[in-house]
Design a protein around this ligand. Sequence first.
Ligand code: N01
Length: 531
Amino acid sequence: MADSDVDAVIVGAGFAGLYMLHRLRGLGFSAQVVEAGGGVGGTWYWNRYPGARCDVESIQYSYQFSDELQQEWEWSERYAAQPEILRYAEHVAERFDLHRDIRFDTRVTLAAFDDSARRWVIDTEVGDRLRATWCIMATGCLSASNIPNFEGRDSFTGATYHTGHWPHEGVDFSGQRVGVIGTGSSAIQSIPIIAEQAEHLTVFQRTPNYAIPAHNAPWDPEVLRQAKANYPEMRARARRMPNGIAFRLNTQSALEATPEERRREYEARWREGGLTFLGAYGDLILNAEANATAAEFVRGKIREIVQDPEIAETLLPSNVIGCKRLCVDTDYYKTFNRRNVTLVDLNKAPIEAITPDGVRAGGVEHGFDAIVFATGFDAMTGALLKIDIRGVGGVPLREKWDSGPRTYLGLATAGFPNLFMVTGPGSPSVLTNMLPSIEQHVDWIADCLAHMRANGIARVEARTDAEDDWVAHVNEVAGFSLRSTCSSWYVGANVPGKPRVFMPYIGGFPAYVDRCDAVAANGYEGFALSA
Ligand code: N01
């Protein structure tokens, strides 16, 4: 592939990279997207495991930058499945003629700032070299897969899969003995479907998880019609919500309600389904006592659904509900009533090794034809640090972030001029509806580049003092929330050796957007701009 010189190189052709390209083109900048996968869609290109589905309603998990797009696209279900979301991403790429500026099957290995030329030099695995004024990382928050280094991991002679790198042709588990390691969102979505296919399924659970029923269904055409008619209001409402999703948030304290009122409220939310469960009361994620009332309600549901009391007991989560990302399921707990499903509690029987025949846990050999690693991702920093990113003086980002990510607004990091991150660590990103968060970041970056061009500014760099203040603020607000209290991927706890830092900004989408807007309005306060 030829070398090229452009205004901006964008790494990643997921929803962030696609919209970034569209915006920059609209401003008359030249841009080149470099994408490791063979197509657009990012997370939805890779995560093709059975049951993969978004847990934000489709009418909200979609772009809003083009009203024509939003009006013409017909979502079929309340929670869109991976194939439909991928079709949507492909449709967007075609509709806005984006393919011609995307290099597929091309993984970026190095991005280095050449201070004398004031340009980024970007190298790829296939030997391309690109040069650009700006380098924009649209690499996703959950894209670097994590397979724990179990002893004998590569000795298994059957098939292995990671949910985040699923074969495109799909997998038929019929007649097979399958082991699934992990019980996060990906496992909870795929386990019921794998259980239906497999001869026998064994689930290895380290931490029991909370899952709220999705009650997924095809959209009622009338509901869809009304949503389309009211898109501006819905989007504006979402913009005012802490998680960027228009949903029913009750601001009352759970502790002000009587036990009977709480039960009714939780029942109603359970019937409604999905993430809105945590909107039942305003303090569920702030106050441990309030949280315990919701957690106990869900534990009661698990006891009702799962027939074998011992299995039910093993499935009961004991930590704060919502501390790890809440899961949204279809028949997850019910799956454990099946005779072909076994649950292994890794706290009693830890995995000792992966063997040629399967998994040895607690001294017991479990023989498998296939093992599914539903073991998640090196979240938020993993995809960035897989690339050797070097700033001023050749300083590696890996070195700068040795004790955890440091950014200004999750958009930029000091010492790395003209480098931007879309939904980077220190931004609300994974705690919000990703699509509006992506659009907000992309718009902010595009406006910044236009400002630079209009004012003859060649270089923009986050100032260290602004970054220090932002990191301190991100940490401070994390401490107010129960979300920072457990071992989740939000704090990097799932990756051994990763510094324990609460990575996303939990101060809420509205406060964050206001802050970004104010920074821009004040001449990019906190950034050093130079001609
Ligand atoms: O990954 P996870 P995921 N030994 O990290 C276990 C988004 N997403 O892919 O909890 C044994 O949540 C680990 O155990 P523990 C969503 O934001 C969204 O499921 O660390 N087990 C855990 O059970 C989600 O949160 C959607 O004790 C080990 C599991 O593996 C995020 O992606 C769908 C282990 C990993 O769970 C990640 O979800 C899917 C070990 N050494 C994903 N290491 C929707 O939109 C890890 N585990 C619905």
